[in-house]
Design a protein around this ligand. Structure first.
Ligand SMILES: Nc1ncnc2c1ncn2[C@@H]1O[C@H](COP(=O)(O)OP(=O)(O)OP(=O)(O)O)[C@@H](O)[C@H]1O
Ligand SMILES: [Mg+2]
Length: 353
């Protein structure tokens, strides 16, 4: 069952009157790739999935699965498995009945259905639960039934819309690991939607950050974390300090910037799309803020002990504030005067939007 086909959007778009739910979008999900859509509510994630699945008709552009243009094919003729935002199981059917559904409507022979349902239930570790009713299952078990129902048809592409949204944190963790195991085994081309950045990082080969109906940035987790294209992406992935700074000059991927809050200039790596004179934002991740012998004068305003790490909040002489995080090796206390430095090579100047 190791297979999957690439899925490609070529300027695919969806509008409702004036509302552009998805602006013209080019996207290729590679064969066997796990790609996650991350973005705020209303940014177009479900719209993109529904276009891929064929539940929505695009207002423009084309959609391909493998070599085949599926734009005009109805959902039931695209070989796609979908797990919906509210997982939509049939409550009056048994677990096995739910999982069999996609095969029953495809009129597969009865013995084949039984065999494939058993295999799909085994895959999600529910082989003992086939004759249970849906209401007799926990939330996490119901979630796994929804997943089994989507994969039983051996889809070319698997689409999952916030499948773990209803689960508590512990169960979420458990099902995440299950999803990862299944993906590693079967390498199905997958698009996964979540609000949870940590979940995106655990599961994905690549992540697309969406905003207002478009993909702001597509890349590996480390691309997005280390090289965000703008302040929106920087703020969406990981924790960040974003300080106003003015670009004074640019050369070879680096910018000289004037940082008002620090009353200093520095040379730092720069995102694309900046010009000398621009008002931009300096991104400093908390782990790159150092309490040191040398540096800017600051006062510790808060300390949060996190075990191995200690997080701290600082106020600089000029009033600007910064979050930092370091290995717990010195006793930090609120009210302590300290000197602060930051790692220039790990910082980044990004456009505001
Ligand atoms: N049938 C519709 N008619 C008009 N506008 C719609 C319709 N469906 C979606 N939209 C709009 O399209 C935009 C994208 O919606 P979509 O459901 O794709 O967002 P989402 O990223 O999945 O959000 P969430 O995280 O809340 O599920 C939103 O502004 C939404 O209001
Ligand atoms: Mg949605």
């Amino acid at each position: 069952m190791n297979r999957g086909l690439p899925l490609r959007f070529a300027a695919a778009a969806k509008s409702y009157g004036e509302v552009q739910a998805l602006k013209p979008t080019d996207l290729e999900v590679r064969d066997g790739e796990f790609l996650t859509l991350l973005g705020p509510s209303g940014s177009g994630k479900t719209t993109l999935l529904n276009l891929a699945a064929g539940y929505l008709e695009p207002s423009g552009g084309r959609i391909f699965i493998g070599e085949r243009d599926v734009t005009d094919l109805p959902a039931r003729r695209r070989n796609i498995g979908m797990v919906f935002q509210n997982y939509a199981l049939f409550p009056h059917m048994t677990v096995a009945g739910n999982v069999a559904y996609g095969l029953t409507v495809r009129r597969r022979p009865r013995d084949e259905i039984a065999r494939r349902v058993a295999a799909a239930l085994a895959m999600v570790r529910l082989e003992e639960y086939g004759s249970r009713r849906i209401q007799e299952l926990s939330g996490g078990q119901q979630q796994r039934v929804a997943l089994a129902r989507a994969i039983v048809i051996e889809p070319d592409v698997l689409l999952m819309d916030e499948p773990l949204g209803a689960l508590d944190k512990q169960l979420r963790r458990q099902v995440q690991l299950e999803l990862r195991r299944l993906h590693e085994e079967h390498r199905r081309t997958t698009i996964y939607v979540t609000h949870d950045q940590e979940e995106a990082l655990v599961l994905s080969d690549r992540v697309a950050v969406m905003r207002d109906g478009r993909i702001e940035q597509l890349g590996s987790a480390s691309d997005l974390y280390d090289k965000p294209v703008n302040a929106f992406v920087a703020g969406f992935i990981g924790e960040s300090n974003l300080l106003p700074a003015k670009v004074t000059s640019l050369e070879g991927g680096e910018a000289n910037v004037a940082i008002g809050a620090f009353a200093q200039n520095a040379t730092v790596p720069a995102a694309d799309g900046l010009n000398p004179g621009d008002d931009a934002l300096l991104l400093i991740r908390p782990e790159h803020v150092r309490i040191d012998r040398e540096g800017l004068a600051a006062e510790i305003t808060e300390v949060v002990y996190l075990g191995e790490l200690t997080a701290f909040h600082l106020r600089l002489a000029g009033g600007a504030t910064l979050w930092g995080r370091q290995i717990t090796n010195q006793a930090l206390q609120r009210g302590m005067p300290v000197k602060v430095s930051w790692e220039r090579a790990a910082a980044r100047i990004v456009p505001k939007d």
